[in-house]
Design a protein around this ligand. Structure first.
Ligand SMILES: Cc1ncc(C[n+]2csc(CCOP(=O)(O)OP(=O)(O)O)c2C)c(N)n1
Length: 555
């Protein structure tokens, strides 16, 4: 009789049925048997210094690999520390499987170590949650968890595994191990709706396609390209949809960043919104009141959110574009595209000058441009911070899917995500440069994960855009309560590069424009996790701050 413990059964299922390569974790006695199982079954455990980083890295893993990320945390404080990353994945619709320790079943309500009602606390930020009570049902529960995470609109799921089923053993033959379902269930719109959408598209003179995370999760870059090439419709890919096609695709207006989208929307007569929620970032669809709207979304309840659509097509973005493209007319819309590029180009004159001109103090746009010049498009860029998120998303470009991510600019608006996302990017793509541009404030949250980077040899290069402040907040305060009353928003000059050096990484401190490129080159050549701490212009205010300020002051 071959016996297996509950913890090893978890690892066996993860490895053999789901093909999990890496689990993001921090140790704890409650989950010890699973950790041992990961070793036994050859799954890489990426052990961090704070559970927030584990859940954020697992979330990021799903963007960089297209597979659900798995995070394993211990009961109680391990769980509460991971909660921010879970909430972030929930608002980002990212498939995250959270495996969590729990106090023993037999000790319920006794005041056990790390006892708390985790399920009730997590419920509002997961698609599905459960506690497994029976060792023999561990694979079944895991199978449900993975299906729930990826089917339909993706999202995080939460499974509690108590130690009194993880450390006992059972005869392996008595366990039923479900097979992995490889096919996603498809939902397809009716022909009349597809025809109605095609008619609106053919009639449109100034159409724009905006793709969001639904494009990324559907992995339908090719379908977007086929549609855009046939119809001549310019497109912008945002959030996790960015990079599904290279930023340099001839129909893409990503060279104008969010400014391009904002310049286009008041002019369009049709918006085709694919896998993107019309939330506050899109000004709830209010900036194009007279345009027709075609929406494609995996979740039918998104179709009319904040803005009624003229045609709604519910289903997988790629499958729907496959059906739609043969139904639309081939058109030349180059004049509209030219007009659009000219319109947003006019808004970008100053930004482009700032990128090209050496400056003292260094302007953040200049810093971004210099980094891009050294590292190029065959790289992964992560940006984190307030103003920093704007500068990085607008200025970096990459040929890769999820090649430019700004996790702090998504719905939770969670700064501190940069280091975990960059680490996950580097683990997923070890042969590509991974550059993190981090606000100095945001760096503080997960900066200690540079120990993880050094310990596990994950050589990311972090460039700190150091304005000695919580910049976006300070600038918003200057606009609202006045410069003399700024509060809790100053940070001061700190040598983050020395902290990274002290942890065993490589550090450089930069104040002058001409030092950016050589310092960055040395940091990359060091082959170590590195920090280039660059002092930048603390008076620079990004357009994102102005929008942010207006959104919160307009009551
Ligand atoms: C976890 C979290 N705490 C606080 C905030 C509020 N917040 C938004 S932007 C910002 C300032 C960010 O400063 P920094 O990282 O230095 O970037 P900068 O704006 O200077 O580019 C803060 C504190 C937040 N969004 N998330």
């Amino acid at each position: 009789m071959s016996q297996i413990t509950g913890g090893h059964l978890v690892a066996k299922y993860l490895k053999e049925i789901e093909g999990v390569e890496a689990v993001f974790t921090l140790s704890g006695a409650h989950i010890e048997n699973i950790l041992d199982g990961l070793n036994e079954f050859g799954i890489r455990s990426v052990d961090v210094r704070h559970e927030q980083a584990a859940s954020m890295m697992a979330h990021a893993w799903s963007l960089y690999t297209g597979k659900p990320g798995v995070c394993l945390v211990t009961a109680g404080p391990g769980f509460t520390n991971a909660l921010t990353g879970i909430a972030n994945a929930f608002l980002d619709n990212a498939p995250l499987v959270v495996l969590c320790g729990r106090h023993p079943l037999r000790d319920d309500l006794k005041g056990a170590l790390q006892e708390m009602n985790q399920i009730d606390m997590v419920k509002s930020v997961v698609k599905w949650s459960a506690t497994c009570h029976d060792i023999k049902r561990i694979p079944e529960y895991l199978s449900i968890a993975f299906r729930q995470a990826v089917e339909g609109r993706p999202g995080p799921v939460f499974l509690e595994l108590p130690p009194d089923i993880l450390s006992i053993a059972v005869d392996l033959k008595s366990v039923d191990i479900p097979k992995r379902r490889t096919l996603k269930t498809s939902v397809t719109p009716v022909k009349e709706d597809l025809k109605a959408a095609a008619k609106l598209i053919d009639q449109a003179k100034r159409p724009l396609l905006i793709g969001g995370s639904g494009v990324g999760f559907s992995e339908c870059g090719k379908q977007v390209a086929a549609f855009a090439e046939k119809t001549g419709i310019p497109f912008a890919l945002l959030n996790n949809g960015r990079g599904a096609l290279p930023d340099s695709h001839p129909r893409s207006i990503n060279d104008g960043g969010f400014t391009a989208v904002m310049a286009a929307l008041p002019q369009v007569d049709l918006v085709i919104i694919v896998g993107l929620r019309l939330n506050w970032v899109m000004e709830s669809g209010q900036t194009f009141p007279d345009a027709k709207v075609v929406r494609i979304d995996i979740d039918p309840t998104e179709i009319d959110r904040n803005r009624t659509s003229d045609v709604g097509l519910a289903g997988d973005a790629g499958q729907i574009l496959d059906l739609l493209t043969p139904m639309v007319a081939s058109k030349d819309r180059s004049q509209w595209e030219k007009d659009l590029r000219a319109a947003y180009g006019a808004f970008l004159v100053t930004e482009r000058e700032q990128r090209e001109t050496p400056s003292y103090p260094i302007h953040p746009n200049r810093l971004v441009a210099q980094i891009q010049k050294v590292v190029g498009e065959d790289a992964y860029y992560v940006v984190d911070g307030g103003d920093t998120s704007y500068y990085g998303s607008a200025g970096f470009s990459s040929i890769h899917k999820a090649g430019v991510t700004a996790p702090a600019s998504s719905l939770l608006g969670c700064i501190g995500t940069g280091v975990p996302f960059a680490l996950a990017a580097k683990i997923a793509h070890p042969n590509k440069p991974v550059i993190l541009l981090n606000g100095d404030g945001s760096f503080g949250f997960n900066g200690m994960e540079f120990d993880t980077a050094v310990r596990l040899n994950i050589p990311i290069v972090c460039v700190v855009n150091n304005d000695c402040a919580w910049g976006m907040i300070k600038h918003a305060q200057e606009m609202s309560i006045g410069p003399e009353r700024c509060t809790c928003s100053e940070l001061g000059t700190r040598h983050y590069e020395k902290m990274v050096e002290a942890l065993g990484g490589y550090g450089e401190f930069v104040e002058k424009d001409e030092d950016i490129v050589p310092a960055l080159k040395r940091a990359i050549e060091s082959g170590k996790p590195a920090c280039v701490n660059v002092m930048t212009d603390c008076t620079a205010v990004s357009p994102a701050t102005v929008v942010f300020y207006q959104t919160l002051s307009d009551f």
